[in-house]
Design a protein around this ligand. Structure first.
Ligand SMILES: NC(=O)C1=CN([C@@H]2O[C@H](COP(=O)(O)OP(=O)(O)OC[C@H]3O[C@@H](n4cnc5c(N)ncnc54)[C@H](OP(=O)(O)O)[C@@H]3O)[C@@H](O)[C@H]2O)C=CC1
Ligand SMILES: CC(C)(CO)C(=O)C(=O)O
Length: 317
């Protein structure tokens, strides 16, 4: 199917955009656009934007079967412009949030604009708050699974949910707008006043599953297949839970069950850290296990397991 190549947004300001043409960005952008939202995808390279404009985006289900082909409006981030009250869904890795990137973001997102943060791990909210004063920052935690197959194809590897923080400093109408937009695109969305708990729980899951699958080069489900792997998982889990419990994480047995459940529910997934290791890209380990080590240090505790997995993941390449 040939899709009309839309005018690049030279001079045109976007009202809604997804920054990042990777796994999550293509899933968000594709589904938003398919639901009728006039959302643009901002990519790192001009080449990917050209391909998306020319070919559209192919959305696959978890078996790899094509679900839909969607006409897309894409532009390279260097050419991007956001309207005064625009919303950007930030779908880049934490490793991309360099000083240069933060400077660019502050040039593209006008005062009053909004950014929805989807990153795993912690630390990015504080970084962006400092770099983007007077913009509305919305934190999202998602258990959706996405995998970029190629520059114009994304596989929806697992349906989950999107929790959006209902923080006091964020305009309620903006939150409702974002919630409605994502729901219309087919996502399960919840506004939550207790997002901190969801952030800690996701951090725990990522801190256990991601480094071990990356080091052992196995899929999520293979982690719970042998007693040896379960023992290693349990040790990393116990240490991480103990450190996070000082920040309010509760119920160790239920938390362990949740980690095992995620392994089983996403058993065929390669974790995002394993995908990065295979693609020889920098991983988010510093913002997951590295962050746990820093939290331990603040409490005057040792974190030998988190220290070791951080070092091992970094040592792979
Ligand atoms: N994938 C998933 O299922 C989930 C991901 N997340 C989180 O979402 C975030 C994104 O993850 P994911 O989509 O998997 O990551 P990917 O690596 O697949 O995608 C990141 C995208 O960001 C782009 N990018 C990097 N630097 C820039 C830049 N300077 N300007 C514009 N684009 C840039 C990359 O471009 P290029 O490819 O050209 O380098 C890439 O397309 C991560 O923090 C992850 O932890 C959370 C839950 C689920
Ligand atoms: C939940 C999990 C582990 C699913 O793969 C994930 O979030 C990731 O890979 O980063």
């Amino acid at each position: 199917m040939v899709i009309k190549n839309e005018r690049r947004n030279g001079g045109k300001m976007d009202k809604v955009a997804v920054l990042g043409g990777g796994s999550l960005g293509l899933l968000l952008g594709g589904k938003l656009r398919a639901s009728g939202c006039d959302c643009a995808i901002w990519t790192r390279t001009r080449g990917q934007a050209d391909l998306l404009n020319a070919k559209g985006l192919t959305l696959e289900d978890q078996t790899g079967a094509i679900v839909s082909r969607i006409a897309i409006r894409a532009s390279a981030f260097e050419k991007a412009r956001l309207s005064e009250t625009g919303v950007v869904f930030l779908a880049v890795k934490q490793t991309a949030l360099t000083a240069e990137m933060l400077r660019k973001l502050s040039g593209v997102i006008p005062v009053g604009g909004a950014v929805v943060l989807f990153q795993n791990g912690i630390g990015h909210r504080e970084l962006l708050k400092e770099a983007l004063p007077d913009r509305q920052l919305v934190t999202a935690i998602t258990t959706e699974g996405a995998l970029r197959v190629d520059e114009t194809t994304v596989r929806h590897t697992g349906s989950g949910e999107i929790r959006i923080g209902e923080e006091e400093q964020v305009d309620k109408r903006l939150l409702t707008f974002i919630e409605r937009m994502l729901k219309q695109a087919g996502f399960s969305v919840f506004l939550s006043k207790q997002l901190e708990d969801a952030i800690l729980r996701k951090l725990l899951v990522n801190a256990v599953i991601n480094p071990l699958t990356a080091i052992l080069r196995i899929r999520n489900g293979e982690l719970i297949e042998t007693t040896f792997r379960m023992n290693v998982m349990k040790s990393l889990f116990r240490e991480t839970f103990d450190i996070l419990s000082a920040y309010g994480l509760k119920d160790e047995p239920a938390s362990w069950d949740a980690v095992v459940r995620v392994c089983s529910a996403t058993r065929l997934n390669e974790s995002s850290m394993l995908q990065d290791v295979i693609a020889r890209k920098p991983t988010e380990v510093d913002f997951i296990n590295g962050a746990i080590c820093r939290m331990a240090a603040e409490q005057g505790k040792e974190a030998p397991w988190n220290t070791a997995v951080t070092a091992l993941v970094k040592a792979i390449h």
